[in-house]
Unconditional design. Sequence first.
Length: 132
Amino acid sequence: FTYDEKGFVKTFVCESQLESYSRAYTWDDSYLFSIDYQSEYYARTESVHYGNKACKGFLPVFGKYVDIPEIGLFMAMPELVGVKTTNLPTKINGNFSTTFEYQLDAAGYVVNCIVKENGGDSKQSLYEFVWE
C-alpha cells in the first residue's frame, strides 16, 4: 500500500507468480471518490457516490464492494488501509451498479445495511451489526 499526505490509501500493487494487478484510489476530502483497477486482463474505473448520511464507527462491509485487498484486515481495522471514514456511500457505479441502504441506531451506529448489486448476477444482501 502507499498513502497520500493525509493518510488515505492511494495505491495497492500485487505481483505474484499467478497474477499482477493494481488499484489506485482517489479521495475528495474524506470521501473515497473513485477506484481505478488495472491488470493484464482488464482495466476499469468505479465511482462512489454519497448521500447526506454519516455514522459513528464505520461501515465494515464497504471494502468488499470497492475490492480492497486484504478485506478481512480492512473490516477489522480500517485505519490500516487508510483513514476510517464515517461517510456512508449510497451507490457505486462501474461495470455494474451497487446501492446501499442503512438503518442507524439512536447513537448513530449502523445496525443494518441492505446492499443491492445490479447487473450480471443481481443480488441483495443484508448485513446486521452489533457494536460493543
